[in-house]
Design a protein around this ligand. Structure first.
Ligand code: GAP
Length: 422
């Protein structure tokens, strides 16, 4: 399938089924903002919960925090973001499009993608932090920034966390939260947006351990990607060249995903040395720990998952999402909506399952269409209650990926579904 066609199909499915809507749509939208709808927010929450369980709850060496988005501007001065968190900006002298100089070279062969001109202004650095003001006076002293990464909330709380948890090196602090960037050239659906969520870990170590820890986190990140269902052949690891390293980084690798619009960054893993803790004068009994930072973007995870999961079989479209991520695990249907005895039995099954599994209830319409409709949103199993159910107390269970059907006794359903969904 042509790559832009695949992207269009995914965007249209997301809108049609309530995964992702354009932001502020009824007012003509706001470019590069998107809203997660009822199914999108379930997928997002499933990802965040899985991540939190795996990297915080299941580990003794990592604790979580949730820090404020607005921070004292001195944080951004000390961290180097006021000076160094910028991208090179050029403007086309002919059509006045503004572009990132590095993207211009990489993606457009030095030619303006709008008008084809190769006549640009000199490069200048453009700071990506959004500014706002505290209080009624909009002056320099009231200026604050929307955080461009969650990381600094963890660095400035280093001592608070040390004092309250008494953790010993190596240990990590994790956070999931919003970050904001005034990107010069956003786009590609939810790939590069102005506000997004990060799931980040700052893992504090002795300097001598950095290579070992870097390798360990690289393999943790690879395992995470495979476990959420991203195919191995669809991502690659790329080492940052010296000149592209962030201002704080000694070594960075990107996990790049093969999106329909090209191979681009999904996650990052950086060795930040002890740059940040030194900047904020945070130490551990006189020693300033070094840090390894695995960072995961939520929107890019969702996009990679949707691209990986999107499947077609003739005119059947289905999202091959892992059951742990699917917005609904099970859908329950009475075969016919106008037969009260079928509806009552189906309601009974639905009520029995709904606390253990996220269930959809869909009583109306042609049964084949209802199957297709659930396939398209990734529901793992569809259960149909038909006239035989009233005799044999069994239901038809249909598998999303194979479309195969089997009869299972209602009394065995919970156990059977738990096994299938594991
Ligand atoms: N604390 C390190 C840090 O912020 P980054 O590589 O600049 O590193 C981390 O960002 C992750 O955040 C990226 O790997 C990506 O998943 C996500 N991300 C960054 N900018 C984004 C944007 N404009 N839109 C969506 N996701 C973004």
């Amino acid at each position: 399938m042509a790559e832009n066609i695949l992207m269009q199909k995914i965007i249209s499915l997301c809108k049609r089924r309530g995964f992702v809507f354009p932001g502020s749509e009824i007012y003509g939208g706001l470019a590069n903002t998107w809203d997660f709808g009822p199914l999108g927010v379930e997928l997002v929450n499933n990802i965040k919960q899985l991540w939190w369980k795996r990297f915080v709850k299941d580990r003794e060496d990592v604790v979580g925090i949730s820090s404020a988005i607005l921070m004292n501007p001195k944080v951004w001065q000390a961290s180097g973001h006021l000076k160094g968190f910028s991208d090179p900006l050029v403007e086309c002298k002919k059509c006045h499009s503004r572009l990132r100089a590095d993207h211009l070279k990489e993606n457009f062969n030095g030619k303006c993608p709008q008008c084809g001109s190769d006549n640009f202004t000199e490069e200048r650095q453009f700071n990506l932090m959004f500014k706002t003001f505290i209080g009624p006076v909009e002056d320099e002293t009231a200026t604050v920034y929307l955080r461009p990464e969650t990381a600094q909330g963890m660095f400035v709380n280093f001592k608070n966390i040390q004092d309250t948890t008494r953790l010993k090196l190596p240990f990590g602090i994790a956070q999931i939260g919003k970050a904001f960037r005034n990107e010069i050239t956003p786009g590609n659906f939810i790939f590069r947006v102005l506000e997004f969520e990060q799931m980040e870990i700052e893992y504090f170590i002795e300097e001598g351990d950095w290579q070992k820890c870097f390798d360990q986190w690289q393999s943790e990140m690879e395992k995470w990607l495979l476990d959420i269902g991203i195919k191995k052949e669809n991502f690659v690891v790329r080492e940052h060249q010296k000149e592209e390293l962030s201002h704080y980084s000694k070594r960075t690798i990107d996990f790049e995903y093969k999106y329909p619009f090209g191979q681009k960054e999904l996650y990052g893993l950086a060795y930040r040395g002890n740059y940040d803790l030194t900047a904020h004068q945070q130490d551990l009994d006189g020693y300033v720990p070094h840090v390894i930072e695995p960072t995961f973007g939520v929107e890019r995870t969702i996009l990679a998952l949707l691209c990986d999961a999107y499947s077609e079989d003739g005119d059947r479209v289905f999202l091959k999402l892992k059951p742990s991520l699917a917005p609904y695990k099970v859908a329950v249907f009475p075969l016919l909506a106008n037969k009260p005895e079928l509806v009552a039995k189906a309601r009974e099954v639905f009520e029995m399952l709904k606390t253990d599994f996220t269930c959809a209830w869909d009583p109306r319409g042609n049964i084949g269409k209802r199957y297709y409709s659930q396939d398209e949103i990734g529901t793992s199993f569809c259960l149909t209650i038909d006239f035989d159910t009233l005799q044999d107390a069994a239901v038809t269970v249909r598998d999303r990926d194979t479309a195969k059907q089997e009869r299972i006794k209602i009394t065995d359903l919970k156990t059977a579904l738990k096994e299938k969904l594991a």
